[in-house]
Structures are given as structure tokens and as C-alpha cells.
Design a protein around this ligand. Structure first.
Ligand SMILES: C[S@@+](CC[C@H](N)C(=O)[O-])C[C@H]1O[C@@H](n2cnc3c(N)ncnc32)[C@H](O)[C@@H]1O
Length: 309
């Protein structure tokens, strides 16, 4: 079996995610993917057990295959990470890793329309048990709603033009494939934007994927709930890939470090919330130039780490 995703900032993750002691540590990898980080952690710490979550059954099969040599030290669970931590009542954890977003697998092997370079069905669901597909979003959302999503989740400055072009095209025929959508977007943007640093469909495809999988809505609650499951001294690392994700991670970490949620003008604290974590990365860690050369997704990655106190 071939593994197409190269784990981002693996060396840095390994340096931060150190179990409290080596006797029987437990880690949750919230986003196991093909298992690059999990494999490295299991290899490094011979007594570590990893509970490996993923909402995508197909990629999880690859992780299961890859982790065979570790026997029951790898426990795969097919779930959304926010659902998992909403109900977590297992043993306290040493380590939690969240490597947000999607894997190279999704672009290259999933056949679900994540890549605008391919002729695939417009699906974009990470979890095929979900109902909403990209085809439904593109063909049924009102023009304004579509434009807002493309602007908000894609930070696309031509969101209005793109939404208009999509709505005009779908009046003729339902838009069903990734390449069809790519061509509609490409034709709708100004000439100068067609040959810029990134393909003009990149941001719209990102926005649709985020909408279909409710990606941003899941981050804050997962971090807040997962922190409660950490041992004192336990650590959580989060890798984000765009500013929308990183902003949520940064503020959630800050709030957990601050504890008190009373308004700044309050004379004294009445909420009683205590600081729960120490932030170990005052500034986010970014990948080395060396990694950026060989692992393109690492170019936009930011790693932030907290420790439970
Ligand atoms: C960036 S990849 C992880 C790569 C992995 N760390 C590695 O080294 O191979 C993110 C993975 O998380 C999964 N994922 C994304 N959002 C999720 C969520 N809310 N709950 C569970 N899994 C999620 C995706 O299906 C994908 O497989």
C-alpha cells in the first residue's frame, strides 16, 4: 500500500508531544489520516497507545494497515473529533494531536471532488454518512449565501462574481463535477487573476469543503473538551493550515490560559473559571525552509501547543 501524505512538522510534533512518563502513556490522534504522525509516535515511545480518530472510513483503512505492526497499541475509532470529546469518559490522556484539514489522500485518491484538477463527482464529504455534499451546496444555495460562504471560508475577493457565475451556469444544467465547477470559476474571474500565484478555483474549493464538513464549527469545542481529558502536565498540539483555523486555535488557547471570562470592566471575578493551560508556543511554530521544499502543505502550517496545568 502506498502512503501519499507526508506528516507536517513531524520533528516539531515529536519534540513537543512527550508523554508525562513512559510507563503506559495514552494519546488521542484526532486526525489520524494515513497515520504519519501516529506511526512516528508509536515508533518513538514503545509503551504508548494511540487512539486514532478519523471521520473518513476510507483513509482509516490505510492507517489500520500501516499500524498493524503495533497490534493493540493502535485503536482506530471512526468518528468526528468533536463528537468523540463531547462524550469522552475514558482514562486521562498524556497527549492529544489535532492536524486539521484534509490529507493529500483526499486530493489524489478519494475520488470525491476535492481537487479542481480532476474530473470527479462534486462530493467533498469527509464522512460519507453526512448528507450535505458540495453538489448540493453549489446547486441549491441562494446566490447570496454562496457568495458569503466563498468570501468567509475561502477569503476569496471575487466571491460575488464567482457565485453569480455558478448560479447562471446551474440554470442551464446541474453542476455535477469538479472540473465543470473549475471551468465556471476560471471563466468568471478577471484576466489578471487567472494566472496568479494560486489557481482561481483554490479558494472556492476550500470554502465548499469547509461548508460541507462544518470544519470550523468543530475546533473550539474539541479543544475545550479535550483539555479536560488531559492529565496535569499532558500536552495538546494543533496544526492549522489557514488563518481562519489558526485564529480559532489561538483564541481558544488564550481563553483556556486566562481562565476568567468576566468582562474587563468587572471589579472582581464572578465566573470562577480558573486557568487550565500554559501556552508553550507564544508564537506559532512554522515549518523549516527545508521541509517547505519537500512537503508543500507545510508552507501554510502553524503549530501551537498547550500544557494542562
Ligand atoms: C491533515 S490530515 C492528517 C494527516 C496525519 N496527521 C498524517 O500524518 O498522516 C487530516 C485528517 O483528519 C480527518 N479529519 C478532518 N476533520 C476531522 C474531524 N472533524 N473529525 C475527525 N477527523 C477529521 C481527515 O479525514 C484527514 O484524514
Amino acid at each position: 500500500m502506498e502512503f501519499v501524505h507526508y506528516p507536517v512538522m513531524a520533528k516539531e510534533v515529536k519534540e513537543f508531544l512527550i508523554p508525562i512518563n513512559e510507563s503506559n502513556p495514552l494519546m488521542v490522534d484526532c486526525t489520524t489520516g494515513e497515520g504519519g504522525h501516529t506511526f512516528m509516535m508509536l515508533n518513538t515511545h514503545p509503551n504508548l497507545t494511540v487512539i486514532g480518530l478519523d471521520c473518513d472510513e476510507h483513509i482509516q483503512e490505510k492507517a489500520k494497515f500501516r499500524m498493524k505492526e503495533f497490534g493493540d497499541r493502535f485503536i482506530p475509532v471512526h468518528t468526528w473529533f468533536d463528537d468523540y470529546f463531547k462524550e469522552y469518559d475514558g482514562p486521562l490522556l498524556d497527549l492529544v494531536l489535532i492536524d486539521l484539514g484534509i490529507s493529500i489522500f483526499h486530493y489524489e485518491e478519494s475520488n470525491r471532488g476535492f481537487s479542481f484538477k480532476k474530473e470527479e463527482k462534486l462530493d467533498m464529504r469527509l464522512n460519507e454518512k453526512s448528507e450535505l455534499t458540495a453538489q448540493m451546496v453549489v446547486n441549491t444555495y441562494k446566490e447570496d449565501d454562496l457568495a458569503n460562504i466563498i468570501f468567509k471560508y475561502g477569503e476569496e475577493r471575487y466571491s460575488r462574481r464567482i457565485a453569480k457565475a455558478i448560479c447562471e451556469a446551474r440554470q442551464l444544467n446541474e453542476i455535477t463535477s469538479s472540473s465543470e465547477l473549475e471551468s465556471i470559476i476560471f471563466k468568471s474571474v478577471p484576466q489578471g487573476y487567472k494566472h496568479g500565484r494560486i489557481h482561481p478555483a483554490t479558494r472556492t474549493f476550500q470554502a465548499l469543503r469547509i461548508e460541507v464538513n462544518h470544519e470550523l464549527d468543530r475546533i473550539e469545542s474539541t479543544i475545550t473538551n479535550a483539555v479536560k481529558s488531559l492529565k496535569v502536565g499532558g500536552r495538546m498540539a494543533v496544526i492549522s493550515f489557514h488563518s481562519l483555523e489558526d485564529r480559532i486555535v489561538k483564541w481558544t488557547f488564550k481563553n483556556l490560559e486566562k481562565g476568567c471570562t468576566c468582562p474587563p470592566e468587572a471589579m472582581r471575578c464572578t465566573c470562577g473559571s480558573k486557568p487550565m493551560v500554559k501556552i508553550l508556543t507564544k508564537k506559532p511554530i512554522v515549518a523549516t525552509d527545508e521541509e517547505n521544499k519537500i512537503n508543500p502543505p507545510s508552507r501554510s502550517a502553524k503549530l501551537r501547543v498547550i500544557e494542562r496545568i
